[in-house]
Structure formats: C-alpha cells, structure tokens
Design a protein around this ligand. Structure first.
Ligand code: SAM
Length: 268
C-alpha cells in the first residue's frame, strides 16, 4: 500500500477530472462543482452517457466473472475509479476467494478512498498503487509485490485508454503491460466509440475536454482503433462489440447502440 496520507484531493479544483465526472454519472457523491457541471452538460449533449457508464460497470462484472471461471486468479485494474458497487476484487473474490487484485489510479481522490478497495477477503489480497498508466515500469514493479507474473493476470483497462492521447501511444503502453504477463493472461478493455452516435459523442467530449486538464482530456476511438489494442492476442467471442453485446445476461440492458466498444482478449 502506498502512503496515501500524503496526498489529499485539492479542496477546490479548477478542472474536471475523469474519476469525479464518472462518479457524477454513476450517481455518487464524491465530486466537486466543476465535475458536476462538466458531467451534466456532457450528458445533455449525449444522453447515452449515463446508461453507458452503467453498462460499462456491468460489462466489467461479466468480464471478471468470465476470467475467474477460466482460471484467472489475479487482476491488475488500471484506472480503477472511485469505489462503486461491485469493484473488481468483490466480483473476483465472490467467485474465487483467493483472488488477488492490484488497483492503480492517478487521481488523489481515488487514493483517498483506497481503504474501500483494500478490504480483501481473508483468503485473497488487494493492493492500491497511486501511479499514472503511462508509467508502465512503476506499475509493474509495484504490482509484482502482490501478483505472481509467472501466473495469468487479468489486465483491466476499462474506460481508461481514452485519457491517453494518440501521441502518447496507448497501444504501445498496452503492449508493454502485456509483455510482462504470463501466457493465459487476458486483456479486458472498454473505450468510448468515435463511430457510434458520433455527433453526440464528439460534442460531449468537447464539453468535457474544455473543463479538464490537458493530461486528462479524452479521445473517442473507432472500432478499428480499439481492436488494435488486442493486436497479437486472441479476441474472445463475440469480438469487439458495444457494451451490451458482450455476453449479456438476462438482467443486462439491451440497448446495443451505446457508444462504447469493449472486448476481452487472451494472450497465447
Ligand atoms: C471513467 S473512470 C473508469 C473507472 C473504472 N475502470 C470503471 O470502468 O468503472 C477512469 C479512471 O481512470 C483514471 N485515469 C485516467 N487517466 C489515468 C492515467 N493516465 N493513469 C491512471 N489512471 C487514470 C481516472 O482517475 C478514473 O478513475
């Protein structure tokens, strides 16, 4: 566990931040006025945002349950978000109590909530690392204290890669993370779409980006660009699809036009 007493969220931030804006859309209380304004204006421009973030959490749960059923016992969840219902360790440990999870986020507000992420069941283990996804070696070195890289890991990049610009090469970051993971590891990925309800998505991103710091601005991507994150991996059925099309259960939303791509892919 990092020393999270040292970093507290800024009392009155001037920029919206992804974790807090996402918290507004999920109906949480951990955000500031600037986040609430960005979230509400973006959702007015793109009314699918709220159903999309709910469907995104539901996808995360289905993917973790699938990995647990496939024998994956360790998870590296980068871009964790403020704890919400059914965090990765809760879903994984419900299926397999021995599951280990390392959470990573770069927002101090997530760090300030990290205790909720560290309440592991007694047979499993969790850790929280305060780091930026661009610092691949820092993340892998810290995660190796908890995870055994000789065994398969579920690499969760769920609704985070949009915050890494093309110029920062999020594809290379993903590849470098996967390089250190054992065969049988899986990539779990979701990403806002640039090619589904594209006018509304572009406008809502413009509204968010106007209020966010440059390092946290967001870029939607096409299905083809999202598929490239899975290069060299075996993409599991049904492929790169919108959220509600990835192995939905009977209680999952059925709106298949929500503008987020998702996929689960296996390293051979
Ligand atoms: C939209 S939320 C997604 C939360 C969670 N993965 C989910 O899908 O429910 C994105 C999270 O990624 C984090 N994040 C954004 N850019 C990041 C970066 N460069 N490094 C680490 N975390 C980042 C944000 O702080 C936020 O908590």
């Amino acid at each position: 566990m990092n020393d999270y007493a040292q970093s507290a969220p800024t009392p009155h931030p001037t920029n919206a931040h992804p974790a807090r804006v996402y918290n507004v859309w999920l109906g949480g209380k951990d955000h500031y006025l600037v986040d609430q304004e960005a979230a509400e204006l973006a959702a007015q421009a793109n009314p699918t945002i709220v159903p999309s973030v709910r469907a995104n959490r539901a996808f995360l749960g289905r993917a973790v349950r699938h990995l647990a059923a496939s024998g994956v016992r360790q998870f590296l969840d980068i871009g964790t978000g403020i704890p919400a219902a059914d965090n990765t360790h809760e879903v994984a440990q419900r299926a397999v109590p021995e599951s280990r999870v390392v959470y990573v986020d770069n927002d101090p507000i997530v760090l300030s909530h990290a205790r909720a992420l560290l309440v592991s069941g007694p047979q499993g283990q969790t850790d929280y690392v305060q780091a930026d996804a661009r610092d691949v070696d820092t993340i892998l070195d810290a995660a190796s204290r908890t995870l055994d890289f000789e065994q398969p890991v579920g690499l969760m990049l769920v609704a985070i890669l949009q915050y890494i610009k093309d110029a920062e090469d999020p594809w290379d970051i993903t590849r470098r993370l996967l390089d250190r993971l054992a065969p049988g590891s899986h990539l779990v990925l979701s990403h806002p779409a640039a090619d589904v309800t594209s006018t509304e998505v572009a406008e809502s991103m413009r509204i968010y980006n106007e209020r966010a710091a440059s390092h946290a601005s967001a870029t939607p991507r096409t299905r083809e660009e999202v598929e490239r994150f899975c290069d060299g991996l075996e993409i599991l059925d049904p492929g790169v699809v919108t959220l509600t099309r990835w192995r939905p259960g009977p209680t999952d939303a059925s709106d298949d036009s929500l503008p987020m791509w998702c996929a689960v892919a296996r390293k051979a």
